[in-house]
Write a protein that binds this ligand. Structure first.
Ligand code: CA
Length: 235
């Protein structure tokens, strides 16, 4: 899941970026309205955290910009203002939630998840396919209840593929979901991540398959029962 944080206070912006990245999100940080627009024009985000008081204007005006482009990104407004009229204005403008500063970091993360949990986003906490389970809040995977050791990136990839179980996930979607603009992404980074995840799942005896469509993307699905039964025992 890809997030954009629009926040002009460097300390708070960095704190948000670090905490959300630690939960497995790919995060970009824009310190002004102008930079936020540049990010929004270049990338598709699953959610945007928007500070209202920015150096170059009211962050709220970006809500219209985001919705005007037809984006269904979850929008959370961050603000020091607590007047009910402000909240109503924010929600009426098309925001999904309104968070008053100072806020508790765990609560903010829970509310980001809640916004992403809307229909079509499927951000449920626990994902299950066959004997594979992924706890999205804890960022932990289990095969037949045995914990599977995954890197942050492998966990993010598994999260994405399990959410879209049985559907082809395109390479560009994988790339934008795993990496932010600061990451150096080599052309075969996505292939390498897929290959490492497949190897780990196979090694752990997960009853799922990641089918790769060369140059297009990949798809995770449960192994068919008959195939699983006929398969040779693990080497
Ligand atoms: Ca501010």
């Amino acid at each position: 899941m890809r997030l954009l944080i629009v926040e002009d206070e460097p300390t708070l912006g960095e704190l948000l970026r670090r905490n959300l990245a630690a939960r497995g999100f790919a995060v970009d940080l824009a310190p002004s309205k102008a930079e936020a627009i540049a990010f929004l024009d270049a990338e598709e985000y699953d959610a945007v955290l928007l500070d209202r008081g920015l150096g170059d204007g009211d962050g709220m005006s970006l809500v219209g910009h985001i919705r005007g482009r037809g984006s269904e990104a979850g929008i959370l407004i961050l603000t020091a203002r607590d007047a009910p009229a402000d909240r109503i204005a924010g929600l009426d403008a098309g925001a999904d939630d309104y968070i008053v500063k100072p806020f508790d970091m765990d609560e903010l993360i829970a509310r980001v998840r809640a916004v992403l949990r809307r229909p079509g986003k499927r951000l449920s906490t626990v994902l299950e396919v066959a004997n594979l389970r992924f706890d999205a809040a804890q960022r932990r995977a289990y095969v037949a209840e045995q914990p599977l050791d995954l890197s942050r990136q492998e966990a993010a990839l598994l999260d994405l593929l399990m959410r879209k179980e049985g559907a082809v996930v395109r390479r560009d979607e994988i790339q934008r979901s795993l990496y932010n603009f600061d990451d150096e992404v080599t052309p075969n980074a996505v292939d390498a991540a897929i290959s490492r995840l497949r190897k780990k799942l196979r090694g752990a005896g997960a009853a799922v398959e990641i089918a790769v469509l060369r140059g297009v993307g990949c798809m995770l699905e449960a192994k068919r029962q008959d195939l699983a039964a006929a398969a040779a025992p693990p080497r």
